[in-house]
Write a protein that binds this ligand. Structure first.
Ligand code: PEP
Length: 262
């Protein structure tokens, strides 16, 4: 099918960004919004790496209830402030159908996380919200199930959907999940939607973020979603996968080298 382009960031004062076949989009930022200073610093790092969009979770769906669950509404305020300073459109996760209106009031793009890929009430709610949607693949979802989840969003009138491959559960324990790199061209043949890759959450290890980013570019992904943090050791969420310092500079030079327009 003819490939679609999704435009993110209109109407919020951000610099609009295209995600699709004619460009390669780097979305970067902290796993979780922890403070204004941390998010601003991460956004500057993201920009330095060539990112045109900011990621950051205000609502964090964590494996254990004792782990940091995100700043919630305060985090959304911070993201909007950082957008104003940097001009970067913001993608952030919504985990509760009842929060879709709230999150839509701040975000440029609504993220549905891996854990919620088959939460049909959430998919329908984001489908009605009138914002572009980043739909991550569930770690136990087949490509068909993933595409059916996208249909739930589309059925509510929203075709601005970007799919994100973020690894699936296999017998392998060396990485957090196994990046299904083949899913990128598979889905691009089955669907018109843009497909990006999350090398950070799929591997759970910062030393693999660069190699997997190169793989994503090689296989024809429309972009990548990468965690950066000013102080990964102190991160409240997923520090071991966050890039900082020299790693961010290497990501920037890799993208400049491999993507002509970047
Ligand atoms: C995230 O991107 O913040 C996240 C929680 O990822 P996933 O839903 O893929 O686990």
């Amino acid at each position: 099918p003819a490939r679609s382009t999704v435009v993110v960031g209109t109407g919020t004062g951000a610099r609009p960004v295209m995600i699709g076949p004619d460009t390669f989009t780097l979305i970067a930022g902290p796993c979780a919004v922890e403070s204004l200073a941390q998010t601003l610093e991460a956004a500057e790092m993201a920009k330095a790496a060539g990112a045109t969009m900011l990621r950051g979770g205000a609502f964090k769906p964590r494996a254990a209830p004792r782990e940091f669950q995100g700043l919630g509404k305060v985090g959304l305020h911070i993201l909007a402030e950082v957008r104003e300073v940097t001009g970067l459109p913001v993608v952030t996760e919504v985990i509760d159908p009842g929060d879709v209106d709230l999150v839509s009031g701040y975000a440029d793009m609504l993220q549905v996380g891996a854990r919620n890929m088959q939460n049909t009430a959430l998919l329908q709610a984001v489908g009605r919200a009138g914002k572009p949607v980043l739909l991550k693949r569930g770690i136990q979802a087949t490509v068909d199930e993933w595409l059916m989840a996208a249909e739930y969003v589309a059925q509510r009138g929203n075709l601005d959907i970007v799919l994100c491959e973020r690894g699936i559960r296999t017998f392998e324990t060396a990485t957090a999940t196994t990046l299904d790199i083949a899913a990128v061209p598979v889905v691009q043949r089955l669907s018109h939607l843009p497909v990006i890759v999350d090398p950070s959450h799929s591997a759970g290890r910062r030393d693999l973020v660069l190699p997997l980013s190169r793989a994503a570019i090689a296989v024809g992904a429309d972009g990548i979603l990468v965690d950066v943090h000013p102080d990964p050791e102190a991160a409240l969420c997923d520090g071991p996968q966050a890039l900082a310092g020299a790693d961010v500079r290497e990501l920037a030079s890799t993208l400049r080298r491999l993507i002509p327009a970047a």
